[in-house]
Design a protein around this ligand. Sequence first.
Ligand code: AMP
Length: 380
Amino acid sequence: MIRPLPPNSTIGLVGGGQLGRMSALAAARLGYRCHILTREADSPARQVSMAATISDYHEPDGLRRFADAVDVITFEFENVSAEGLDLLASLKPVRPSPAILRISQDRVREKNFLNRHGIATAPWAPVEDFEALGAAVQRIGLPAVLKTTRLGYDGKGQAMLRWPDDVRAAYDALSPKPLILEGLIDFFQEISVVVARGEDGTSSAFDTAENRHRNHILDVTLAPARIPSSVDAQAQAIARRVADALDLVGLLAVEMFVDRDGRVLVNEIAPRPHNSGHWTIDACPASQFELHIRAIAGLPLPPATRHSDAVMKNLVGPEEAALWPTILAAPGLIPHLYGKAEARPGRKMGHVTRLFPKGSLPGDFGIAAALGPVAPTVGR
Ligand code: AMP
């Protein structure tokens, strides 16, 4: 066994995006080297790592070369095929385990798993074909959200069904099949908890954060979430219960809806660092990225404490990327840029964090004022 992973060991990180970049930076601080598996030579994670294997995530030869070069394997990107995961796991320790990735890759498996462990979700039904969709609409009712079971993110791979006439076009437009139908939750808030769990079963959960989306993409995260303590207790308990039920070794983000009755429903889980945990880099002694690396390397897990309140604002697409010079000149904004060469619409280019003394997170006007040049997009 490799635990604890000695300094100067090489962590293999599957995925070359910003989550990998920030994980690699955290790994470097702990004395580890990172080797990235990525499709693009100039990816954000590659730019800050020791080495990379440039390969498709499904190509056995690339996966083998990658595994040969590393001591332990983890992920910032979950969509490696079942065969690819088995191949990696036959060569090196993989954390979190392939079984957990298989659950989080597939919305039907994920919801079955959660419900089996007594965790509430939106009402849902699997949609294998168009006939099944008719039955699902009868059972769940409209409005509802039709989603691909795999490969969806940032609102891609989903369609809103408001009227019976929407059903055919939405079914035809979504791919890959099969699909899943979910009842539309009239949520009051969206929140998330990021929890790290070690091999010995100890876990550290960050404070519950409040998330606001724009065009289906995370726009702003507030930490801590402005929720009653009873809702917070539910959210924290759910996150730890999911991590325990999965027997997780690594990091897990649990995205949840708070409905108008104060009930907490899980939307989805991601066994990796998460956009809604970026505030932890600046507001916590040990960030979500550090806890991820510690958990998969078998290092002690410190408590996920927070020294400040925080607002994180994503910089999405060319318009917000263009604010960079102004952001750099704005007092109090902590800048993070991901090194992406091209700013396409909807692409996450970076983020900014603004800290407040603990217990003094302002209301919406105060937050807008504090965010300065990036404020115009807040709360729309
Ligand atoms: P997802 O890709 O499942 O995380 O969905 C992206 C966003 O779409 C969520 O953060 C919600 O804002 C919204 N959404 C997804 N599913 C539902 C649902 N069943 N009810 C209400 N809103 C949803």
